[in-house]
Design a protein around this ligand. Structure first.
Ligand code: PGA
Length: 284
């Protein structure tokens, strides 16, 4: 069986409703690409607009960038998992390094949030990544495995979970993408520690169309989680196209076949991964 390659983008604190809708409408025009699982993560106010613009039968999953661990209550300024679910999200990003750095998220709060997401039958996308000094000390693997294990504490086996490995030094304007050789050990370590507990492990941090193919070729990389290079819809579609061309990666021996967990969220209304149809995806 050919596993899907995941290509997702978080828009962070970008896009007004009209821009979000235009992006989603363009995706809607494009046929689901062979073997690629697409997702987009708008800011809270655009989740519903994007979900509606994609339509009920879309293969594109919609996510939220954060959610509180309580289902409701006196938490001014926060948004709960039931609320993002109600708005159309099926995925919730938790623990991005910008949240850990600027909003004091810790392994403990990340874990509470992950458990809340799973409790509501949504998929957590757990972000892990080491600061530069840890990378320089060659301790990235231990650091990120510890973050991932902390995030998954008391999460029932069989829960549908995604991990994004995003080195802090690789993210954003000041970042530089990891070299493929920097990724081999961390992905091997995450795979060893988590296999059977997570559906896919993605890489994020300064991904572009120039480096995407070589990153996807690293064993254990199941997809890409992209910021800047995918905020323009044609940039996103170019990455999707590139991933679609990677179809058959297991057959080519380029990546490990991950043992997917049995889905706790079996009832979740998600289309199956599109398989190769020979159709091309939708580049301008
Ligand atoms: P970037 O962001 O692709 O713009 O570096 C990645 C991320 O923060 O997930």
């Amino acid at each position: 069986m050919i596993a899907a390659t995941w290509i997702g983008t978080s828009w962070k604190m970008n896009k007004l409703l009209a821009e979000a809708k235009a992006f989603a409408s363009r995706l809607r025009e494009c046929p689901p690409p062979p073997g690629v699982r697409r997702f987009v993560i708008p800011a809270f106010p655009a989740i519903h607009t994007v979900a509606v613009a994609l339509g009920p039968d879309s293969d594109v999953m919609v996510g939220a960038q954060n959610a509180h661990w309580e289902d409701a209550g006196a938490w001014t300024g926060e948004v709960s998992v039931p609320q993002v679910k109600d708005a159309g999200a099926t995925l919730v990003e938790i623990g991005h390094s910008e949240r850990r750095t600027h909003f004091n998220e810790t392994d403990a709060t990340v874990n509470l949030k992950v458990r809340a997401v799973v409790r509501q039958g949504l998929i957590p996308l757990i972000c892990v990544g080491e600061p530069e000094e840890v990378f320089r000390r060659r301790e990235a693997s231990e650091y990120i495995v510890s973050q991932a294990q902390a995030a998954l504490r008391q999460v029932p086996d069989g829960s549908d979970v995604l991990i994004a490995y995003e080195p802090v030094w690789a993210i954003g304007e000041a970042g530089r993408a990891a070299e493929p050789e920097d990724l081999e050990q961390p992905f091997a370590a995450l795979t060893d520690a988590l296999d059977g507990r997570v559906r896919a492990i993605l890489y994020g941090g300064s991904v572009t169309t120039d480096n995407a193919a070589e990153i996807l070729a690293v064993p254990g990389v199941d997809g890409l989680f992209v910021g800047r290079a995918a905020w323009d819809v044609e940039g996103y579609l170019a990455l999707v196209e590139l991933a679609a061309r990677r179809g058959g990666r297991e057959l080519a021996g380029a990546s490990s076949t991950r043992t997917a967990p049995r889905l706790a969220s079996e009832g979740l209304d998600r289309p199956s991964v599109p398989q190769s149809t020979g159709e091309s995806s939708c580049l301008a």
